[in-house]
Design a protein around this ligand. Structure first.
Ligand SMILES: [Zn+2]
Length: 230
């Protein structure tokens, strides 16, 4: 089987990995890791704000993604390959790239633990892996942080929620995640998923983790791609 470019299908040369040089030179980077405040982080904090208790102080959460995901853009094949086509190697490759950028960013340098959004155990068994865990592992390595794949459990699968807005989606997934095991003494936790759409799933993980971590631990989020539909 010849190796092919994930994005355009061109046969890859010996020194090309996952992408041909043409597609690699034109990746739709967000550069959000360079911006403490960005559209994705504003959206995520906006979702959390709706669930803030009266009088509760809430620190601004940092958020970044590697790539924009547009409906028509062929680069969406990168997160799709990781999620649906068992391309774990591509997942590690692109997540490492994001991790290296994040390691150079002031707001992510002190991350000491990385927590993937868990799949329901049945779905994980069917698929054989959790794509969020693959991405989280590569980011943790680049940041020199611990990977905590058992920190959260998902109690049930949630169906597609494409017709719901972020707040309704979050109400749907609010109680799906439960904290299972967390070490003491963490300062900055990063929750990782494959794609950021409305932020509801990541917000549900945040809301499960917050009482267990306490108010002094910073919680940020990172994904491989972010749906570009602001
Ligand atoms: Zn290509």
């Amino acid at each position: 089987m010849p190796r092919q470019c994930l994005v355009c299908g061109r046969t890859l040369g010996l020194h090309e990995r996952h992408l041909c040089i043409w597609c690699a030179s034109d990746l739709p980077f967000t550069y959000y890791w360079e911006q403490a405040h960005n559209t994705m982080a504003n959206k995520f904090n906006g979702v959390l704000e709706k669930f803030r208790e009266e009088g509760e102080a809430m620190e601004y959460s940092y958020a970044t993604a590697l790539l924009f995901y547009h409906g028509e853009n062929p680069y969406k094949e990168i997160p799709r390959a990781v999620k649906y086509h068992y391309n774990i190697s591509a997942g590690r490759f692109f997540a490492s790239l994001l991790g290296r950028y994040m390691a150079g960013a002031r707001q992510f340098r002190d991350v000491d633990a990385v927590i993937p959004v868990p799949l329901h155990w049945l779905r994980r068994r069917r698929r054989g892996y959790n794509q969020a865990e693959v991405i989280a592992g590569a980011i943790a390595r680049e940041l020199g942080a611990r990977l905590l794949p058992k920190a959260l459990v998902r109690r049930r699968s949630t169906g597609t929620q494409t017709r719901l807005d972020a707040a309704s989606r979050l109400r749907n997934v609010r109680d799906v995640f439960r904290v299972r095991r967390l070490p003491e003494g963490l300062r900055h936790v990063l929750i990782v998923d494959d794609t950021f759409t409305t932020g509801a799933t990541l917000a549900a993980c945040y809301l499960a983790l917050r009482p267990a971590l306490g108010p002094s631990v910073r919680i940020s989020v990172a994904t491989l791609s972010v749906v570009d539909s602001w």
